[in-house]
Write a protein that binds this ligand. Structure first.
Ligand code: ZN
Length: 153
């Protein structure tokens, strides 16, 4: 599916690079939590897997299909998750959600790295769900990890 979202060409390139060559794509051996999420309005699907050791994300991988924004976003996200404490992953999800809701200070936040390329998506409400899909999966994964309820549905 092509995206009709008008983003600056530099940001468009970063997004397409992640879409064509996603980071951390594939099955994760010894995952401690697996979450499937879909965005029916666009047809995006993501299965996110984390391996959490102690209170830290030791590894993160995903498989999925859908538009470039959804797949690039989750690719960028997994890049940032490895080695993060659960509370840091929460903070990342919160910050990115703020970016999608038009918070300009989040757009200058270097901790978001490549995710900042998605800032322009905040102007297109229909596509915000695409960009947040991976983070919705992350938040559910963190919630279940804390609850000790990590059986795949
Ligand atoms: Zn989408």
């Amino acid at each position: 599916m092509t995206t009709e979202v008008q983003l600056s060409s530099l940001y468009q390139q970063v997004i397409l690079e992640h879409y064509r060559h996603p980071k951390n794509k594939g099955d994760l051996e010894e995952a401690t939590v697996t979450i499937f999420m879909e965005n029916p309005t666009c047809g995006d699907e993501i299965r996110l897997q984390l391996r959490v050791e102690e209170d830290r994300i030791a590894d993160a991988r995903f498989v999925g299909s859908g538009c470039s924004i959804s797949q690039a976003s989750v690719s960028m996200m997994t890049q940032l998750l490895k080695g993060k404490e659960l509370s840091e992953a929460d903070a990342l999800a919160k910050r990115f959600t703020e970016l999608m809701h038009g918070d300009e200070s989040a757009g200058k936040d270097r901790s978001l790295k490549d995710l900042r390329a998605l800032q322009g998506v905040s102007k297109f409400p229909v596509r915000i769900k695409c960009a947040l899909l991976g983070f919705d999966a992350l938040e559910e994964a963190l919630k279940r990890t804390r609850a000790g309820d990590t059986e795949e549905e």
